[in-house]
Design a protein around this ligand. Structure first.
Ligand SMILES: Nc1ncnc2c1ncn2[C@@H]1O[C@H](COP(=O)(O)OP(=O)(O)OP(=O)(O)O)[C@@H](O)[C@H]1O
Ligand SMILES: [Mg+2]
Length: 233
C-alpha cells in the first residue's frame, strides 16, 4: 500500500518528493538566513488550510502579528482560519527558557491532539536548542520532542539554521539525524560572482523515493516556486 503523502503546496517540491511528505514524518528545513525557511513553512500551513486541515505554527522568532504580516505579504490571509479555529499561532519566548521547555514537554502533544492539527511547524529548532545548557540536554529534548510530535500523527516541519562555515549542516548538527527528512536551502553564486541563486535539494527522506537533483527556486509575491525544469548555475 502506498504511504499517504502530505502535499506541501509547493508544486516543484511536491514533484521532487514524489507527491509530498510521507504522512507522520518530521521534515527539517535547513538554510541560512533569508533562504525562505519561514516562507516555505507558512506555505505548507497555507496549503493545509486550503484543504480544510487544521494547523499549528509555533514560532520562537516572531509574534502572532508578525507571522500574520509575513503571510499577508504572500497573499495568505490567516485571520479567518484563526477565527474559525483551524489555525493556531503560538509564540514561545526564548527568554523564558525553563517555562517554555516545560510547556513544550507537558502541553504540546496534548494541544496538537486536542486541536486536531494535521500540520505542525516549529520555527526554529535552532532557537529552541539554544535554551539548553549542554549537548546532552539538547539531544534528549530534541529526541523527546520528535517522539511526542510523532505520537500525535501530525506531519511536521522544523526549520533550522546552518553553520556559518558550512551551509550544508545545521548549527546544532543534530536535527538532520532526528528528522525523517532533510530539505536543504542554499545560496549559490554564479561563476563570475555577479549573482546569487537560491537552490534546494532533498538530502534525505525516509521511506520515500525522491529526487536527488539540485533545483533552483525563487521567492515571489506568491511564495516559493521551485523550477524543476531549470538547472542551477
Ligand atoms: N513579496 C516577496 N517577493 C519576493 N521575495 C520576497 C518577498 N517577501 C520576502 N521575500 C524574500 O524572502 C526572504 C525572507 O524569507 P524568510 O523570512 O522565509 O527566510 P528565512 O530563511 O526564514 O530567514 P531567517 O533565517 O531570517 O528566519 C527575504 O529576504 C526576501 O528575499
Ligand atoms: Mg525565518
Amino acid at each position: 500500500m502506498a504511504e499517504e503523502k502530505v502535499a506541501t503546496g509547493i508544486q516543484g517540491l511536491d514533484e521532487m518528493l514524489g507527491g509530498g511528505i510521507p504522512a507522520g514524518h518530521i521534515l527539517a528545513v535547513l538554510g541560512s538566513c533569508g533562504t525562505g525557511k519561514s516562507t516555505l513553512t507558512l506555505q505548507y500551513i497555507w496549503q493545509g488550510l486550503q484543504n480544510g486541515e487544521k494547523a499549528i505554527f509555533i514560532s520562537l522568532e516572531e509574534d502572532e502579528n508578525s507571522i500574520k504580516k509575513n503571510a499577508a505579504n504572500f497573499g495568505w490571509d490567516l485571520q479567518p482560519f484563526i477565527d474559525n479555529n483551524s489555525l493556531s499561532l503560538v509564540k514561545l519566548e526564548p527568554a523564558d527558557a525553563k517555562n517554555t521547555v516545560q510547556k513544550i514537554n507537558s502541553e504540546l502533544p496534548g494541544f496538537i491532539k486536542e486541536f486536531g492539527a494535521k500540520r505542525v511547524v516549529l520555527d526554529s529548532v535552532s532557537l529552541l536548542s539554544m535554551m539548553f545548557d549542554n549537548e546532552s540536554e539538547k539531544r534528549t529534548n530534541l529526541f523527546g520532542l520528535c517522539d511526542q510530535i510523532k505520537e500525535t500523527g501530525s506531519t511536521a516541519l522544523f526549520t533550522a539554521e546552518v553553520k556559518d562555515d558550512n551551509p550544508n549542516v545545521s548549527r546544532g548538527g543534530l536535527v538532520e539525524y532526528v528528522a525523517d527528512g532533510v530539505l536543504l536551502l542554499r545560496y549559490r553564486e554564479s561563476a563570475d560572482s555577479s549573482e546569487v541563486q537560491l537552490s534546494l535539494r532533498i538530502v534525505k527522506m525516509r521511506r520515500a523515493q525522491h529526487s536527488r537533483r539540485i533545483k533552483p527556486y525563487s521567492i515571489t509575491s506568491k511564495g516559493i516556486e521551485v523550477h524543476t525544469q531549470a538547472e542551477v548555475f
